[in-house]
Design a protein around this ligand. Structure first.
Ligand code: ADP
Ligand code: MG
Length: 685
């Protein structure tokens, strides 16, 4: 199998340069990649449904014959060719309709049985099936794979290529899972699983193939993360000598909560007089005060004579952290600077020179921190904020800027507990499970657009009393909103400015496509209270902290995931004023109402994440590289049972072979290497 990852996709018969390009678009470069390109769904032709039993809108396979030849008509107005006939089985009859397919009447003959696959809908004229695919009795029935496709590449082409690729599998393939693991956990062999995942005869075979492949993927991920952690454990960290926390505490304008204090202690304990570097995740709900924790830890590192780097996902957040942290550290002699992509080349160069010379103690920045030309004199602490926005690779490249520096990652994205162990398998965890005192619960209201005018009145009144407000819109581009009535931030603001009640209220617009200096200016004016209403896209989602803002109104709330709404809502309720979150939505479907009601019911991030996962399904929740772990091909973390099993299996394997160096584990080792190849996997020999 391993050698097939070296065989180019072009080596398959019938795949030329142009086709190869299309496969590349799907991330498939080698024959091995293709074999590991699993179907996203299956057409199940293996179960024949009597016509009368077909439930509406579900795909079914029926076995039927047509009673008379197709009638051929041209549609009124559009001139479409419409071919219709009736098909029947012993249970009932259904009208088959094909559009613009002039050969259909030659392909489907009377008095011959066929299998038809499609959706059956109920109409006033009875049951109907539009353009079902069909197969002859000789074709037989089975499960047919459906792949994610790209322009120009049809399902059939992928399927053919997969079949050819499967033919290239060697007679005896090396299974990365040792025999004892397969026996113990009741797993099929690799050969069976690879063939059956693409072409299962029935649901049972598919189930077995899937189970084995999911198990393998989770096992490799789990072991890989353990090894990353273990590798770091064996490194020599930078040993700090002295704890300066009391000096830092005297700088704070507030008192640490107990939870914050505990987190700081966890971190300092990891670093002071300890041989191996710290690897710690700080998980705390929005508003729990993670920045101050990061700052406290950096302070001690710097006082011990080293540098710290604080990496955040957006410019706005970098600027904000820079402003608040510089202020906090004023008078300490600690030099804090900002490094983001939008600095002039000259300034960037200057900052980088100073970092290299050790003239900057704490550098706050975006991805600009991990480009090749950023070098440190003595980096001892790497911090990433909002860690779900960064991949394992990016964490690794920040770490590579020093000699085994300590690592602190901070996250406000609560994940369902069952998954924490896998996703954060390479980190120790501290949780800030307490909010600073004096915070009031944010009241969440759910309204439709008929009430918007009243909500705006409420906002205006609040502003006259000294408050500030965010209004969040889902899209930026002008005009893009029209078909669905979605409002872009710019258009929304324009409209609001025309409203006589809002004429004299200072307003700003913020979206991702603005020039960074403009973003900075707007954000500054908002945090200084000069702007009262900030109409924005989701760029304010992560980390933005303006305690005086106490209302957030979210338009088209149904377009956002629950966890995202939770993050957005976390922008308010940061000061002592009563705060409100107003969700505007005209979607009345049961699911939407239920989702949005969840926001009203709870402000617990974990509960919301659980509900999000349950309602949206794991595909969405983990879809977009949410948690910085390598991309999974088949596992989706929804199967708690397999997760638990793999965890047990990992323990057992490591007990037998702590370094996986037996021959038996060669396959596992190389799979780990492949999965983490972009994530500093070199350490995993
Ligand atoms: P997050 O955990 O979401 O990153 P922040 O670090 O932005 O939270 O903190 C939210 C707000 O709470 C900030 O304005 C910060 O100054 C304030 N804050 C943090 N810790 C405390 C505390 N112990 N007491 C009072 N206010 C605090
Ligand atoms: Mg934060």
């Amino acid at each position: 199998m391993a050698s097939l990852f070296k065989k180019k996709i072009e080596d398959l018969k019938g795949i030329g340069a142009k086709r190869a390009e299309q496969f590349h678009n799907l991330g498939i470069y080698s024959v091995g990649d293709l074999i590991r390109y699993y179907p996203k769904a299956y057409e199940d032709w293996s179960k024949i449904t009597p016509i009368a039993d077909a439930s509406e809108k579900e795909y079914v396979c029926i076995r039927a014959q047509i009673s008379s030849p197709f009638s051929v008509n041209y549609g009124k107005g559009n001139g479409k060719l419409i071919c219709k006939t009736m098909a029947y089985d012993e249970s009932g009859a259904v009208t088959l309709i094909y559009f613009n397919n002039k050969y259909i009447s030659q392909m489907i003959r009377t008095n011959t049985e066929y299998f038809f696959y499609g959706k059956i809908t109920r109409t006033l004229r009875g049951l109907q099936m539009i353009a079902p695919t069909f197969k002859t009795m000789a074709d037989g029935v089975a499960m047919y794979p459906r792949y994610h496709l790209t322009a120009g590449l049809a399902n059939r082409v992928v399927q053919d290529a997969v079949c050819k690729a499967l033919d290239m599998l060697p007679e005896k393939i090396n299974d990365p899972l040792p025999q004892w693991v397969r026996d113990r956990y009741n797993l099929q062999g690799l050969d069976f699983s690879l063939r059956k995942i693409h072409i299962p005869a029935d649901n049972d075979e598919l189930f077995m193939a899937r189970r084995r492949l999911i198990f393998e993927e989770l096992l490799i991920l789990n072991l890989g993360l353990r090894f990353l952690k273990q590798g770091r454990r064996e490194e020599n960290g930078i040993i700090l000598k002295k704890n300066y926390i009391n000096d830092f505490i005297s700088l704070l304008p507030f008192e640490f909560t107990n939870a914050q204090r505990k987190c700081v202690n966890d971190c300092l304990n990891d670093m002071i007089n300890k041989k191996s570097p710290m690897n710690r995740l700080i998980q705390g709900d929005v508003g729990s005060g993670k920045t101050a924790v990061a700052c406290a830890v950096s302070h001690t590192v710097i006082k011990n004579g080293y540098q710290a780097a604080f990496m955040v996902p957006t410019e706005i957040l970098a600027q904000q952290h820079f402003a608040s942290i510089s202020k906090l550290l004023e008078g300490t002699g600690i030099k804090v600077e900002l490094l983001t992509g939008s600095l002039t080349p000259k300034n960037k160069k200057l900052i980088r020179e100073r970092i290299k010379e050790g003239d900057i103690d704490l550098i706050i920045g975006t991805h600009a921190l991990i480009t090749e030309d950023t070098e440190f004199k003595a980096l001892a602490l790497a911090i990433t904020d909002e860690q779900h926005r960064f991949g394992v690779e990016q964490r690794a490249s920040l770490l590579s800027k020093g000699e085994h520096p300590h690592l602190m990652v901070m996250s406000a994205t609560p994940i369902p507990r069952t998954l924490g162990l896998i996703i954060y398998g390479d980190l120790d965890i501290s949780v800030i499970d307490e909010l600073p005192p004096g915070r009031q619960k944010v009241d969440t209201l759910l309204i439709d657009s008929t009430i918007r005018a009243r909500a705006l009145g409420f906002i205006k009144k609040n502003i006259l009393q000294g408050g500030q407000c965010y209004i969040v819109c889902p899209l930026v581009e002008e005009g893009e909103n029209s078909p669905e009535g979605l409002l872009s931030a710019q258009e929304y603001a324009n409209k609001l400015r025309r409203n006589k009640d809002f004429k004299n209220i200072p307003m700003g617009v913020l979206h991702g496509k603005m020039k960074s200096c403009d973003k900075e200016r707007i954000m500054k004016e908002f945090s200084q209270g000069e702007i009262k209403i900030l109409v924005s896209t989701t760029v304010i989602e992560v980390g933005v902290d303006v305690p005086n803002a106490n209302i957030i109104m979210i338009e088209n709330a149904e377009r956002f995931g629950l966890s995202q709404l939770h993050q957005l809502r976390g922008r308010v309720g940061r000061g002592s004023e009563k705060s409100y979150c107003i969700l505007v939505s005209d979607h009345k479907t049961e699911e939407t109402v239920r989702r949005l009601e969840t926001m009203k019911r709870t402000s617990n991030g974990f509960e919301i994440a659980d509900e999000d996962l349950r309602l949206r399904g794991p595909g969405d929740f983990f879809g977009e590289k949410q948690h910085g772990i390598p991309e999974m091909k088949i596992a989706d973390f929804s199967n708690a049972e397999i997760i638990a099993e793999t965890q047990g299996c990992v323990e057992e394997i490591l007990r037998k072979s702590p370094n996986l160096n037996g021959d038996e584990y060669k396959g596992i080792r190389s799979e780990i290497k492949r999965l983490f190849s972009k994530a500093g996997g070199e350490n995993l020999n």
